[in-house]
Design a binder for this molecule. Sequence first.
Ligand SMILES: NC(=O)c1ccc[n+]([C@@H]2O[C@H](COP(=O)([O-])OP(=O)(O)OC[C@H]3O[C@@H](n4cnc5c(N)ncnc54)[C@H](O)[C@@H]3O)[C@@H](O)[C@H]2O)c1
Length: 164
Amino acid sequence: MHEELIEAFALDGRVAVITGAASGIGRETARMLAQAGATVVLGDVDQEGLAAAQSLIEEIGAGAISHAIDVSKRADVESIADCALEAYGQIDIWVNCAGILPKTSMLDATESDLDRGIAVNLKGVYWGCVEAGRAMKDAGRGGPSSTSRRAVASRLSRAFPSIA
Ligand SMILES: NC(=O)c1ccc[n+]([C@@H]2O[C@H](COP(=O)([O-])OP(=O)(O)OC[C@H]3O[C@@H](n4cnc5c(N)ncnc54)[C@H](O)[C@@H]3O)[C@@H](O)[C@H]2O)c1
């Protein structure tokens, strides 16, 4: 990767919490953040997948810890934030990737299917934002989402003024 690009996106000294980190988008996001220099705190219900994801991150030489959580439970989401703060003293990035897809079509869905979808996909993300916000507010800082287009554009324009 271009050196200026790596420097612009360097995350050395940053701590990232990633939910849904045992597979798919969450695991790849965790790996990418670790490659950029961040220390990562991995959360998921899948404990076996979590252990494998942690090994993957450790192979690239980054710091990583895992914490089993069910994001539909507020106390679990709070516990991964506490775990990150106890281990590393800060949370700079929070990625809500834990999620489920409906197993049935909408026409066959039961009320409990819908309740579970709302608990994981809506409340899980909501509590994640609350915990990230709480940690950043307590630290007296916080900024735009790391995935917002404006944040990415601003970093790119610092790395490559000619394209600004
Ligand atoms: N893959 C895509 O193309 C795509 C596109 C748009 C949106 N999404 C959504 O993005 C999210 C991640 O997608 P993915 O492809 O990585 O899916 P995935 O199934 O590979 O990963 C989801 C992870 O979330 C974990 N998880 C599920 N319920 C949980 C809970 N209650 N608490 C904690 N962890 C839990 C799973 O164990 C799994 O590791 C999903 O919500 C998916 O619906 C995916």
